[in-house]
Design a protein around this ligand. Structure first.
Ligand code: PLP
Length: 400
């Protein structure tokens, strides 16, 4: 028989549950082991010196046992391998958060003297802030997709887009943008679509960024970031990570690998519910505008005629909270929360209206979600009492 399980291409759903776990049966294990070691014993200092030299010059993953947890961790490496397979890239490098991942990309490019970034708004609020405030010495030119080629300078190290974008769900044509970038690497933040709906590397993006805190983890209990890219860039990122320390904790790596296993099922189920909510919102007289991307997904944004603060105050099943991509539904007001840090004028010109609400649809039943949403949309202004709907629960005192 000429079937070879290690070389036969597999569908995404299969990779999601098997990638990063291929060696487990040989180890006599079924669940991936969690290695929390910060350091590892070695009696051969000459060999260690050579391995450290090798890492310092190449950034290649260490062969053999790990040395120190800031350099390398086997549990995190499983998550990196699995995510690279799902995104269709050679490598992936994980970080403590999405922002740590973006910071490492910017530092990696700046280390070559390429401090200028061309970016398209909107981006996630803190990504916008990191670029715009010049906190780590980058300089940004904001443009629209059509202006990218003209905005590129000799010192441009990166072009950055988010598609669908946070929070308006605006989309860019990745292939067309990649073409405009020429030899400048294109970074696509793929947090919203996930590799289930879109694989930017196959469309010309050299760097694919995730806030793993969102869909990859999927349960609202782990913070992480990851960059999927070619091995050459991954080597530089590993060196930056080693020197700056934004490592992913191995328990987070464990949870993220576990999260990937159900990623396709979660994203597809939540997307089906989101599409149905979009259908209902689109004809609802209380809604001025619904944003939903062509690529689909579980994120829905909409502009209300009424006061968005009253809607947030009135949800009961849906949780009023920032973040997204969890098993339960969250709603938030970008102008107050996720994009508060962006200058008001920049926010508005990027299409982030003060009446916009962003909802991350979870795995609840669609009828239960609709019932909660529709009562919240009819909520009277905060402060007036309503029959049948209790006031927001008093926050419980935090335990001793
Ligand atoms: C949340 C988010 C980030 C930042 O990720 P953290 O894990 O919170 O640091 C980056 N990009 C997008 C699109 C996000 O939604």
């Amino acid at each position: 028989m000429d079937y070879d399980a290690s070389t036969t291409p597999r569908a995404l759903a299969t990779e999601a549950v098997h990638a990063g776990r291929e060696d487990l049966a040989g180890l006599g294990l079924h669940a991936p082991p969690l290695d929390l070691s910060t350091t590892y014993p070695s009696y051969d200092t000459r060999a260690e010196a050579a391995r450290i030299d090798d890492f310092a010059t190449t950034g290649a993953r260490l062969d053999g046992p790990p040395v120190y947890a800031r350099l390398d961790n086997p549990t995190t490496a499983r998550f990196e391998d699995a995510l690279a397979r799902l995104e269709g890239t050679e490598s992936a490098v994980a970080f403590a958060s999405g922002m740590a991942a973006l910071t490492a990309v910017l530092l990696a490019r700046a280390s070559l003297g390429l401090r200028h970034v061309v970016a398209v708004r909107p981006l996630y609020g803190c990504s916008d802030h990191l670029l715009n405030a010049g906190l780590i010495g980058t300089e940004v030119t904001w443009t629209d997709p059509a202006g990218i080629a003209d905005a590129i300078r000799p010192d441009t190290g990166l072009v950055m887009v988010e598609t669908p974008a946070n929070p308006t769900l605006a989309e860019v044509d990745i292939r067309a943008v990649a073409h405009s970038c020429g030899s400048v690497p294109l970074l696509v933040d793929n947090t919203f679509a996930t590799p289930v709906l879109q694989r930017p590397a196959g469309q010309g993006a050299r760097i694919v960024l995730h806030s793993a805190t969102k869909y990859l983890g999927g349960h609202g209990d782990v913070m992480g970031g990851v960059v999927a890219c070619d091995e050459e860039f991954a080597r530089t990122l590993r060196q930056v990570r080693f020197a700056t320390g934004g490592v992913l904790h191995p328990f987070a790596g464990y949870l993220l690998l576990r999260g990937l296993a159900t990623l396709p099922v979660r994203v597809r189920a939540a997307s089906t519910t989101a599409a149905e909510l979009v259908r209902r919102l689109a004809t609802d007289p209380r809604i001025a505008r619904v944003h939903y991307p062509r690529v689909g997904g579980a994120m829905v944004s909409f502009e209300v005629y009424g006061d968005p603060h009253d809607v947030i105050a009135a949800v009961r099943l849906i949780t009023p909270a920032v973040s997204l991509g969890s098993v339960d539904t969250l709603i938030q007001h970008p102008a107050s929360i996720s994009h508060r840090i962006v200058d008001e004028g920049d926010r508005r010109s990027a299409g982030v209206s003060d009446r916009l609400l962003r909802m991350s649809v979870g795995l609840e039943d669609v009828e239960d979600l609709w019932r909660d949403l529709t009562q919240a949309l009819s909520a009277p202004p905060a402060g007036t009492s309503r029959a049948g709907v209790g006031s927001a629960p008093e926050p419980r005192p935090v335990g001793r």
